[in-house]
Ligand binder design. Structure first.
Ligand code: RP5
Ligand code: MG
Ligand code: MG
Length: 260
């Protein structure tokens, strides 16, 4: 969901905290939705809230992939700079909000099963299972938040099942094996529209590649949870994807030496 709040403008040259921005007057915003939710932290001033920043805090992972983040005026500071909003905005956790993203790929083929290539470069065309988010209507990787105590390898599988297969029932042996053989392609900050000066998205993205197309190539896709639509999307440099998902997908395309 895009924040309904108008951010204080931050020109590119003032994003970095190391550059003085004396006129910076960020807007405070925390969604009412967060109050009392088990997946959200309390307000920073809550007398019973003693977060362990930069550590595994019970089951909540407050460690950033970008290294140690600063605590300024009792609040975690976004390691990528100013955003125009203070407070958590729409995000549940102060500091890093951990997600996981499954990039499920296959080669584009014709009806006879022959791999299709880009005419100019002769490179094969890669396809990814993409979902259309209900909140912003943008196409995206079918990722989601890591539950407290959950392994990211479980999160990617669970989120793919919820958003792209609309199921929570156990997968077949073959699919289970497929989802156990993912390759981690990225871990770090996500340039998500919900990020604020004190709360931001981070992800671990895994590639699950079906080389022959026999495992997930003809799987029954069905959009569920926060996905309105699901499809196999051709990947190339003109795709538009939510947040910084395009950069993450490009890593997979390069890894598999596909057309971009
Ligand atoms: C993105 O938001 C992550 O890369 C992940 O895809 C997603 C997680 O948030 P929800 O889909 O649960 O809203 O930044
Ligand atoms: Mg989800
Ligand atoms: Mg999601």
């Amino acid at each position: 969901m895009r924040s309904p709040i108008k951010r204080f403008p931050v020109p590119d040259e003032f994003v970095s905290w190391s550059v003085e921005y004396p006129n910076y007057k960020p807007i405070f915003y925390e969604s009412d939705v967060l109050s009392g939710k088990s997946w959200a932290d309390p307000k920073i001033e809550d007398e019973f809230f003693f977060p362990k920043w930069n550590e595994l805090d019970g089951k909540v992972n407050r460690v950033s992939h970008s290294g140690e983040y600063k605590i300024v005026e009792n609040r975690p500071q976004n390691p990528c700079g100013r955003t125009g909003i203070v407070g958590r905005g729409l995000l549940g956790r102060w500091g890093p909000n951990h997600a996981a993203d499954p990039i499920v790929t296959r080669w584009k083929r014709d009806t006879s099963g022959k791999k299709l290539t880009d005419e100019k470069t002769g490179l094969n065309i890669l396809q990814m299972v993409a979902i259309q988010r209900i909140d912003s209507k943008e196409w995206a990787i079918p990722g989601g938040m890591v539950d407290p105590g959950e392994k990211v390898s479980e999160t990617v599988k669970r989120e793919f099942m919820e958003e792209a297969l609309s199921t929570t029932v156990d997968l077949s042996e073959r699919l289970t094996q497929f989802f156990n053989s993912g390759i981690e392609v990225y871990s770090g900050y996500v340039d998500d529209p919900r990020n604020t000066d004190n709360a931001w998205m981070e992800t671990v993205a895994f590639n699950f590649h079906d080389e022959t197309g026999a495992v997930v190539g003809d799987i029954n896709l069905c959009a569920g949870d926060d996905a309105g639509k699901v499809k196999w999307m051709d990947l190339n440099s003109s795709v538009h994807l939510y947040a910084s998902h395009k950069n993450i997908v490009e890593i997979v395309v390069n890894r598999l030496k596909a057309f971009w």
